[in-house]
Design a binder for this molecule. Structure first.
Ligand SMILES: [Ca+2]
Length: 332
C-alpha cells in the first residue's frame, strides 16, 4: 500500500538520485576519441633496423605483403609492372608474372588463398591464385588505385587522397569511406598500406614517415620517422613505398628502386604492435582524476543532501514505516 508519506519519500529520493546522476554526468570524462585514443597528442617514433635485406633496385615498389611466411611484391611503371614472390631472407625474386603493358601495378593484399593487385588508372584489380600466380578473376572500380591491405572481411584502399575506401573483401563492393586526419587535418597522398591489428600503417607519397592510422576513426595515432632509411643521394622518385608486417618478426619496409629492404621495429613501442596498448599519458591521467573527484563529490552530495531531506521530512513529522502506516513523531 502506498501512502501519502511514502509518495513524498519516494519523490524526495528520486530528486536526490536524479541530481546525483546529473552531477556524475557533468563530471568531465577523459578527453578521448570514439576509438579510445586521446584526441590530441600524436606520438613520434623512429624505425629501428634489425635486418638489412637485399632488394631488386629495378623494382618500382608499389605494394608489399606477407602471407604464411612468404613475401609478395607489386611493382609499377608501364611495361615493367609485375607481381613477384620475394625470398624474405635474401631478397631474391623467386617467381613473377608481368602485367599488360597498359597497366601500372599498384597496391597488393592477400585475401584467403588469393592475391589482389590494384592498377593505377586501369580500374582493374587482378585476383591471382597465391599458389600458381594464375589470374582467377578480377574486380573493377572507379577512380585510381594506390594502396591496398586486408583486415578481416574488409579491404582498405587508398587513391592518393586523404580518404580510404573500405571494401568488402569477397566482392570488392564499397562499404564506406574513412577520412584520415593528422592532428585534425586531412592527411593527403596516402599510398601503400598495411593492416596491422586495429591500425592501418600507411606511406604518404613524397614523405619519409609511416603513419599509424586508427582503422575505426581514421585519426593518426603515431608517426614513425624513416628518413634514416633512404638511400644516399636518392633520386626524387626513390620514395618510401613498401610496408609489410610479420607478427613473429617485425615490420618490413622498402622503397621504389631501393637496393635494400629493412626489417625492424618502432623504437619505444611495446613488443607486438598488433596487440599494443599504450600506457596512459598525462592528459588521460588528469581526465580520470577529474572524473574520480566528480564521482566522490556526487557520492558526498547524495549522502549529505539525502540526510538533509530526511531531517526535513522528519521535522514535518512524516515517516515511512515498511508497513505503510503513517504516524507522527513521538508515537514510536
Ligand atoms: Ca602492404
Amino acid at each position: 500500500m502506498i501512502t501519502g508519506g511514502s509518495v513524498t519519500f519516494l519523490r524526495n529520493h528520486a530528486l536526490i538520485l536524479a541530481a546525483t546522476l546529473l552531477l556524475m554526468v557533468a563530471a568531465p570524462l577523459p578527453n578521448a576519441a570514439s576509438d579510445g585514443h586521446p584526441l590530441t597528442g600524436v606520438d613520434y617514433y623512429e624505425f629501428e633496423v634489425n635486418q638489412t635485406i637485399a632488394h631488386d633496385d629495378s623494382a618500382f615498389t608499389q605494394g608489399l605483403a606477407i602471407h604464411e611466411g612468404r613475401m609478395y611484391e607489386s611493382t609499377g611503371m608501364f611495361g615493367q609492372s609485375e607481381l613477384r614472390e620475394i625470398d624474405m631472407e635474401t631478397g631474391e625474386v623467386l617467381r613473377f608474372i608481368s602485367l599488360n603493358e597498359s597497366e601500372f601495378g599498384e597496391g597488393l593484399a592477400v585475401v584467403g588463398d588469393e592475391l589482389i593487385q590494384l592498377t593505377w588508372k586501369a580500374g582493374v584489380a587482378h585476383r591471382y591464385s597465391i599458389e600458381t600466380f594464375e589470374e582467377v578473376g578480377n574486380y573493377t572500380y572507379e577512380g585510381e588505385g594506390w594502396g591496398l591491405c586486408a583486415k578481416g572481411e574488409l579491404l582498405y584502399m587508398s587513391n592518393g587522397t586523404s580518404t580510404l575506401t573500405l571494401r568488402n573483401s569477397t566482392d570488392f563492393t564499397v562499404v564506406r569511406e574513412l577520412n584520415v586526419t593528422l592532428d585534425g587535418e586531412p592527411l593527403d597522398r596516402l599510398n601503400e598500406l598495411e593492416c596491422v591489428g586495429g591500425m592501418i600503417y600507411a606511406n604518404v607519397w613524397y614523405d619519409d614517415s609511416i603513419y599509424l592510422i586508427s582503422s575505426d576513426s581514421g585519426a593518426v595515432w603515431d608517426v614513425v620517422d624513416c628518413s634514416a632509411l633512404f638511400p644516399e643521394e636518392a633520386e626524387s622518385n626513390q620514395v618510401l613505398n613498401g610496408i609489410a608486417y610479420e607478427p613473429d618478426v617485425g615490420l618490413y619496409v622498402t622503397g621504389k628502386y631501393w637496393q635494400v629492404m629493412y626489417e625492424g621495429s618502432m623504437r619505444e613501442v611495446a613488443n607486438d604492435p598488433a596487440e599494443w596498448q599504450e600506457p596512459l599519458d598525462d592528459d588521460e591521467v588528469a581526465g580520470w582524476l577529474i572524473f574520480l573527484i566528480g564521482l566522490i563529490a556526487a557520492a558526498l552530495t547524495y549522502l549529505l543532501w539525502g540526510k538533509g531531506f530526511d531531517s526535513l521530512t522528519k521535522s514535518r513529522g512524516v515517516h515511512n514505516p515498511p508497513d505503510g502506516t503513517v504516524y507522527s513523531e513521538g508515537e514510536e
